[in-house]
Design a protein around this ligand. Structure first.
Ligand SMILES: [Zn+2]
Length: 133
């Protein structure tokens, strides 16, 4: 039995498409408000005409933290689309179990089940840095 049925994948895929569109709208509007005149001149003219994918490549190294955050989100969506394509979407990359549909509804780009995500975040936290330890 497949871990997640096609109707659910289609639904999550639509959610991600909408998010993708929102993120790029925001990226384009952020490019128009860059405070650094030179960077604005370098990037803003591309904002209107470029395809989303071209813009994503163009902005790979931009040092604006807000834009980087948006770019990270669209990269996560691109990764999820790849996993949908190769059939691994909805499977935890750490333990291989199904990721709960409720979790995917909240985080369609989730790569790990909730248990593995928590363990992952605990490992990422510096030892001794957790409050109360
Ligand atoms: Zn897992």
């Amino acid at each position: 039995m497949p871990p997640i049925d096609q109707a659910r994948i289609d639904h999550l895929s639509r959610l991600m498409d909408e998010r993708w569109t929102r993120e790029f709208r925001e990226i384009r509007s952020l490019l128009g408000t860059l405070e650094d005149e030179r960077r604005r001149a370098a990037f803003a003219p591309h904002a209107a005409g470029a395809s989303d994918e071209a813009l994503l490549a163009l902005l790979a190294d931009i040092d604006d933290p807000l834009i980087q955050q948006n770019l990270q989100d669209v990269r996560d969506i691109a990764g999820a689309r790849r996993r949908i394509g190769d059939g691994s979407y909805g499977l935890c990359l750490a333990c291989g179990d199904d990721i709960a549909y409720e979790r995917l509804l909240a985080y369609p780009t989730a790569k790990r089940c909730i248990e593995c995500q928590r363990a992952h975040e605990r490992r990422k936290a510096a030892p001794g840095a957790a409050p109360g330890n």
